[in-house]
Design a protein around this ligand. Sequence first.
Ligand code: SF4
Length: 308
Amino acid sequence: MDWHGKRFYSFDSFLKNYFGEKVYKVSLDGGFTCPNRDGTIGNGGCIFCSEGGSGDFACDRSLSITDQISQGISRVSKKIEHGKYIAYFQAFTNTYGPLEKLEHLFTEAILDSRIIALAIGTRPDCLPPQVLSLLSRLNKIKPVFVELGLQTIHETTAKFIRRGYSLSCFEKAVSNLHEIGVFTVIHLILGLPGETEDMMLDSVRYLNMLPIHGVKFSMLHILKHTDLADYYEAHPFPVFTLDSYVELLLQCIETLRKDIVIHRLTGDGPKDLLIAPMWSLNKRKVLNEIAHQMKIKNLHQGDLYFNL
Ligand code: SF4
């Protein structure tokens, strides 16, 4: 396992090891919704979820998948010729829909010659056997990453954020995904109201015990037009400063099992929707600070260019 000179296993290093070159992601919108928003599980969605359902950076959903891939590529790589891309189904819950629709969209993406892997963001309660079997078939064509938004292991917090599924449901999904051999990536949010640092580190320790491939860390974003924004206005709670976020993040990195690939160190809130923390908009500064602190603490060898 080559970390390419870094003190943790970054997604960039993993991609270079696995594919032998740098790989870029294009965010796609398959026109899905979410059972936590359409009334099946809940109506309001997770308390922090914006109307874009984490697909605020995806392409235009009215375009075909092939056209979205072309649009996404022209956005990320104006100067790159013959680049390799991961098709990232990001918006809402991307395995929540009729099987024929899933098969059609994912197959169109995976058979595109510019695409070398699929990444699919979903919920653990939206992975029935027929979907798992589709993912398994796709995974035989090109590698498949499945991303699950766990956010926290603590049930009281999960209830507060209206996540809508239990930890046991999550564990079952991770085990099923492991069985079919896809790469499972878990999202954790640091800074959820009521959580202490130790509670957040407990979530990391818990992940260490599971057969997962990667983790995405993000600070909590408070976005306009969400129930979290209303709650924040009525009951202001502390949000991270840049320093306090970086300090905790480094503890998470130190705690994390060393073979788990870190796909993301900081989140992006859409600029026009973000209420707090505003410093997170300056991603370059956040990454510089992470690199700087790792260097000071001798957790990092000096370069900072993570693929996020
Ligand atoms: S599961 Fe995802 S898309 Fe659905 S409400 Fe929660 S954050 Fe939004």
